[in-house]
Design a protein around this ligand. Structure first.
Ligand code: 26Q
Length: 867
């Protein structure tokens, strides 16, 4: 590898440094702050002038790459794994994004249009390089440029750390939505947290999960641009004082607070080959200057450093729990930090243009709350409008309740956020007062509608009474929002019938469904280039921005030559997946076998356990010699368990223990393999979904809000084996019942079964099941660790098992038999695979975002200014 150092092209230095200053602190009485925030006369901009657009050809990229490598980064030694080479490439591409970013901002600001802000504690972006190249349509030029310098693109691309700023579905959904908004040229900005440590890295040792910190920023993050000129201050603690003005108006001041600075880092979000670049603004916590000064001047140097650390702790780490982590003060700090910094940022921009006139604020702004996590935005917007901008309650409430929209992602009771009133009051006293006032006013509305129904008022109160009073965040979100949605048809129905029943009765117009989707750019075009080419050769390439076009593939499913090509692509993708499994698990997958995959967070309701029971059943059949007409299978399971979720960790241990026995038994050779894939993440899924034959979507019906992995698999031509849960129902509707392996109880049957559930009797009545449990209970998979699987065994036998694993065993095994049969007829299987891809159009996040826009946001689509 060699780089020629002949570059001489000069350019302006990148003016990233903080030219601006922090926002003035709003001090004194409210009147003063109103004066402070009046529209300022715009300063004449310095005349840096417009630069000509950067070239998109290989030679221009080579020039820029060399300049970054040798001049900006000051390097001259080049090796394949050199991080500066990766950085040089990213900076070269980022420059091209920055041009489009500016043109997009100009167009939005000129249009003076309505905007939506997607507030989320998680954005699971994964890698950005491939996506940027695809969306800039600069992939071939980049590959050529690197080749000219003797560098292999893939080796560089593989250096990129995943931006793992999310747990799973909810965080990845936010990332897919940003991609769709940019592709649809919608003025949507993401606001999130720049965690220093993202989702932990999962290691497997002795079959057990070990967590390692994910210091993804260690080598710097060349994609982001820090914007100190927009740093803002967030308050914590202290107390409130009430003042009465001459005219009798009361004002509130939140005083003696311990403030933390919020520093924005902007990440470009490119649309698909359309010149649009939207923004993801991530906040980092930093100590305030005075805070430093006062502490240091007091002479307590070490304490000062320690408290500086405390401030910066807020954005140190992502909570690695995807269902609940109730009551942790640091988590509430994170949530308020995001809500306050983002809203102040948005109001600052508003005031810059409109002064203190908020009369059109509601028609120009919308806040989409990604679950209840950012719901502090509700009382915070009230506070900012009243305490900082002098508005009265009614006007502030009119704005808040017309701009907030809430998406719910779960029905699991343990995942519903609650905060102890006493902790909330200590950390955010002013917000608690506002929440109590919202509650009082809203409960009087309830009382008017249902006079004397005290029980209903108690049920519906935002504050849960009891030993320890709690703030119910989901209720706060529903009360304040004009739109409340679930993420798949079944989930939205269940929300109306159960969790939010009373609210649906009171305000039916608020409730709606938005079935999730995933971006076809990352999840088909980028991750499965061979299939994409085959598809485009057959039906043209419009499908990438209009996924319903895939329907046209149906006609090709009948052509033998097309099916042959389809099968060849799947084989090549299986080979790539097998290589990864070999490397990461040390298990050999034969690409002629059926690849059966379940990757997702490890959770009891997702029933990885049911999957393992089926694998044990297959093993038992092999051991009994029941292998006539056998369909060879390679089963892959992957996912992270929350570090404190003992049962989930035990399930990982079980998968590994069963894998060890099965893979080590010569009897299974050529028939069955099981592997647990460590550290499942976005970039792993980019290899997994194209190489999968069978997608396992086997949650207890009524428990998986939607699922989005199911959609990625479907797009890539996998068949689904699944329950009637979440979006599976809609997947089956689109694909047709004959192209979906259905099993299990329905959500209704699940609820009815609970009253008379007798797993011991079910097991006893089923010879196969009895033998599977016999193997498990005999210690066959834990000879040297007796008893370790007892909690799992007990959960299966428990009449109170919430996940009804035993109830669906027989039906699952029968469905798997149908899978085996179907796979034998490769031609029929390939036809079904094509039909699955062909009917996956509904599950593009473009469709989801268009639904949000038509029914909730009402934003115009705006093309960027011509540069
Ligand atoms: C809550 C409190 C404290 C700490 C963490 C949390 C927390 C964090 C993440 C709670 C939940 C989550 C994530 C939930 C999630 O990913 N839900 C999934 O959302 C997907 C997108 O809508 C759905 O497809 C899945 O069905 C749903 O499980």
């Amino acid at each position: 590898m060699r780089i020629a150092w002949s570059d001489t092209r000069s350019s302006l230095a990148c003016p990233d440094s903080g030219l601006g200053r922090s926002q003035t602190r709003l001090t004194g009485y409210v009147q003063e702050s109103i004066i402070n925030t009046r529209a300022k006369k715009p300063q004449a901009p310095a005349t840096i002038g417009n630069l000509p657009p950067l070239g998109m050809d290989a030679d221009s990229i080579v020039d820029d790459f060399r300049r970054y490598f040798s001049h900006t980064l000051g390097r001259d030694e080049s090796t394949d794994t050199n991080p500066q080479m990766y950085t040089s490439l990213v900076l070269s591409l980022r420059d091209r994004l920055v041009e489009r970013w500016r043109n997009t901002r100009l167009a939005y600001s000129e249009a003076d249009c309505k905007r939506t802000y997607y507030l989320s504690l998680e954005f699971l972006m994964g890698r950005a390089l491939g996506n940027a190249m695809l969306n800039l349509d600069i992939d071939p030029a980049t590959a050529t440029a690197l080749r000219q310098m003797g560098i292999e693109l893939e080796a560089l691309a593989d250096q990129e750390h995943d931006a793992g700023l999310g747990n799973g579905g909810l965080g990845r959904l936010a990332a897919c939505f940003l991609d769709s908004c940019a592709t649809l040229q919608l003025p949507v900005t993401g606001y999130g947290i720049r965690y220093e440590y993202g989702m932990f890295r999962q290691k497997i040792e002795n079959g057990c999960q070990l967590e390692e910190p994910d210091h993804w920023l260690r080598d710097g993050n060349p994609w982001e641009i820090e914007r100190p000129e927009f740093a803002t201050r967030v308050k914590f603690g202290g107390h409130t004082e009430y003042f009465t003005e001459q005219h009798g108006r009361t004002f509130v001041r939140w005083m003696n607070t311990r403030d933390v600075m919020a520093m924005p880092h902007d990440v470009p979000v490119p649309g698909y080959q359309n010149g649009t670049v939207n923004t993801l603004r991530l906040w980092r916590a930093a100590a305030t200057e005075e805070f430093d000064l006062s502490e240091f001047n007091a002479g307590s140097y070490t304490e000062a450093v320690a408290s500086k650390n405390a401030a910066e702790h807020i954005t140190m780490v992502l909570y690695p729990n995807d269902s609940s982590e109730n009551g942790k003060e640091l988590r509430l700090r994170q949530q308020y930090f995001l809500a306050s910094a983002s809203l102040q940022d948005i109001l600052r921009e508003w005031v810059k243009h409109q002064g203190n006139d908020f009369s059109r604020f509601a028609e120009k702004n919308c806040f989409q709350l990604n679950d209840t996590h950012p719901t502090c935005a509700v009382p915070e917007l009230m506070r900012l409008l009243m305490d900082e901008h002098g508005m009265g309650w009614d006007d502030a409430w009119a704005i808040t309740s017309k701009t907030m929209a809430y998406t719910n992602h779960t029905l699991l009771p343990e995942a519903l956020e609650k905060w102890s009133v006493s902790m909330f009051g200590r950390l955010l006293p002013r917000l608690l007062e506002i929440i109590c006032e919202i509650n009082a006013r809203y409960l009087s509305e309830v009382a008017l509608r249902y006079p004397g129904d005290i029980e209903r008022q108690r049920r519906m109160s935002i504050i849960e009474e009891g030993h320890e009073k709690q703030v119910r965040m989901a209720y706060l979100a529903v009360v304040a929002s004009f739109s409340v949605n679930g993420v798949a048809a079944l989930h939205s129905e269940l929300l109306q019938e159960h969790l939010f029943r009373d609210f649906y009765e009171l305000w039916p117009h608020k409730f709606n469904n938005k079935t999730n989707g995933v971006t076809p750019r990352r999840w088909l075009a980028w991750s499965n280039p061979e299939l994409s080419k085959l598809i485009s050769d057959a039906i043209g390439d419009d499908w990438c921005t209009d996924l319903s076009q895939l329907q046209k593939l149906k006609a090709h499913a009948d052509k033998a030559t097309f099916r042959k090509k389809w099968r060849a692509v799947k084989q090549a993708n299986k080979a790539r997946l097998a290589e990864m499994v070999q490397q990461d698990c040390g298990v050999t997958f034969d690409t002629n076998a059926l690849f059966d995959v379940q990757v997702k967070r490890i959770h009891e309701y997702k029933r990885q356990l049911l999957n393992v029971l089926h694998v044990i059943h297959l093993y038992d059949r092999i051991k009994r010699g029941d292998t006539a007409n056998w369909t060879p299978r390679c089963v892959l399971i992957g996912g992270k368990a929350a570090p404190g979720y003992m049962m989930a960790k035990r399930i990982i241990k079980l998968v590994n223990a069963v894998a060890k026995v099965i893979n080590g038994d010569p009897a299974t050779e050529g028939l069955l393999r099981l592997a647990f894939l460590p550290d499942y993440r976005v970039s792993a899924m980019e290899v997994i979904s194209p190489g999968t034959d069978l997608s396992e979507q086997i949650s207890t019906a009524g428990k998986e809000a939607s699922g989005t992995g199911n959609m990625k698999f479907m797009m890539n031509g996998a068949m689904t084996i699944g329950t009637l849960d979440g979006a599976n129902i809609e997947i089956r509707e689109e694909a047709g019942a004959e192209n979906f392996f259905l099993f299990g109880l329905t959500a209704q049957e699940v609820e009815a079964t609970r009253h008379h559930y007798d797993p011991a009797a079910i097991i006893h009545a089923d010879e196969d099941f009895k033998r599977v449990m016999g193997l498990l209970c005999s210690g066959n998979f834990n000879l040297f660790e007796p008893g370790i699987f007892d909690p799992i065994i007990n959960s299966i036998y428990s009449p109170n098992d919430p996940w009804l694993t035993a109830a669906d065993f027989r039906s699952f095994v029968d469905a798997q038999r149908r899978v085996d049969q179907a796979y034998k007829d490769q031609d029929a299987w390939t036809r079904m695979s094509i039909i699955n891809t062909a009917t996956s159009g509904k599950f593009s996040s473009d469709r989801t975002i268009l639904d949000y826009n038509r029914e909730v946001w009402h934003l115009p689509q705006i093309a960027p200014k011509q540069g």
